[in-house]
Write a protein that binds this ligand. Structure first.
Ligand code: TXD
Length: 315
């Protein structure tokens, strides 16, 4: 049986890390695409040269030609620009909308049967643009943000409780950004919900509020430290977990920016919700019950996504 093929559109910080992780985990052959000449080829060769040491079998190639997407089972998109000093969010939306239109056309022409994971910011909006440009069914294209936001939340909770990260599950809903909705009562250590852990004296409500805020600001904290770019290791791990769920038909329940039409009272928009990811792509949207506070936070998050969608519609 032929190996799966994972294509990475955008071979920058996240793209390069994705290529290495896909190799190390033997998810399949890897193709790195970028508009920068030589760069995807150089990273591909470098990673291929790690394969004899790490002992993984994969063809790792680089290209500047969209034709190289042919035969892809999964495409992970990080192409675009990040916000630089002096740029407004609207500028970023304009540039990255153009990039998504180009990438979508490349996917449509060369691998219309692929499962696509979008990472480019502003995430919830860009995944919608990419879906339209690619013409893919909405079940086959999702955005990565919730897995990362939840991983940050899990990490901070594990630190607070002094327990293994493996035993902490956590839930984050809504759009990626300041309005994300970390759901404390759906977060747990080995099944014990966080509110119960507070009652048990493991932490205080105030401390958990601080952790929630640190999770919301998780991206900015790293940008502030790095100064020249944004997080890339954990974002790459997050997208690989989603690709793995699809390729191995795991039916994982993961928070993704998915197209929601009907559930949560929404009428057709991409936003972060829990979904089942398997061989069918987004196989189900999981509609959990929200209390009044959570619903209010979710509504605020949806409004923020809608406002950006309106900017894109006017471009
Ligand atoms: O949770 C999340 N979704 C995110 C999103 C977490 C972290 C970072 N997030 C966003 O991912 C970030 O705001 C960026 O929009 C993307 C990619 O981040 P990365 O750190 O990998 O950015 P780089 O290193 O600048 O890489 C972007 C690459 C770079 O090599 C460009 O040459 C390339 O994109 N690029 C293009 N490739 C193909 N086609 C076009 N048009 C193009 N334009 C730029």
């Amino acid at each position: 049986m032929a190996r799966n093929k994972i294509s990475l559109v955008g071979a920058g910080n996240i793209g390069g890390t994705l290529a290495l992780l896909a190799g190390l985990k033997e998810l399949g052959d890897v193709m790195l695409f970028d508009i920068a000449e030589g760069m995807p080829q150089g990273k591909a060769l470098d990673i291929a040269q790690a394969s004899p040491i790490e002992g993984f079998n994969a063809n790792v190639t680089g290209s500047n030609d969209y034709a190289a997407l042919a035969g892809s089972d999964v495409v992970i998109v990080t192409a675009g620009v990040a916000r630089k000093p002096g740029m407004s969010r609207d500028d970023l939306i304009g540039i990255n909308t153009n990039v998504m239109n180009q990438v979508g056309a490349g996917i449509k022409e060369n691998c219309p049967d692929a499962f696509v994971i979008c990472i480019t910011n502003p995430l919830d909006v860009m995944v919608g643009v990419l879906q339209k440009a690619s013409g893919l069914p909405t079940s086959k294209i999702v955005g990565m943000a919730g897995v990362l936001d939840s991983a940050r939340f899990r990490y901070f909770l594990a630190e607070e409780f002094a327990v293994s990260v493996e035993d902490v599950t956590a839930f984050v809903l809504g759009g990626h950004g300041d309005t994300m909705v970390p759901l404390v009562r759906y977060s747990a250590v080995a099944g014990i919900p966080v509110p119960d852990l507070i009652k048990m004296g493991w932490s205080s409500a105030e401390k958990i509020d601080e952790i929630v805020q640190r999770t919301r600001d998780g991206g900015a904290e790293i940008v502030g430290l790095l100064k020249t770019g944004s997080a890339f290791y954990a974002p790459a791990s997050s997208a690989i977990e989603m690709a793995d769920a699809y390729l191995k038909d795991k039916k994982r329940l993961l928070p993704c920016a998915a197209y929601v039409d009907g559930a949560y009272g929404l009428d057709g928009l991409y936003v972060g919700v829990p979904v089942i990811l398997g061989a069918g792509g987004v196989e189900r949207i999981v509609e959990i019950e929200l209390n009044e506070d959570e619903q209010a936070m979710f509504d605020r998050s949806v409004s923020a996504v809608r406002a950006l969608n309106e900017i894109v519609a006017k471009l």
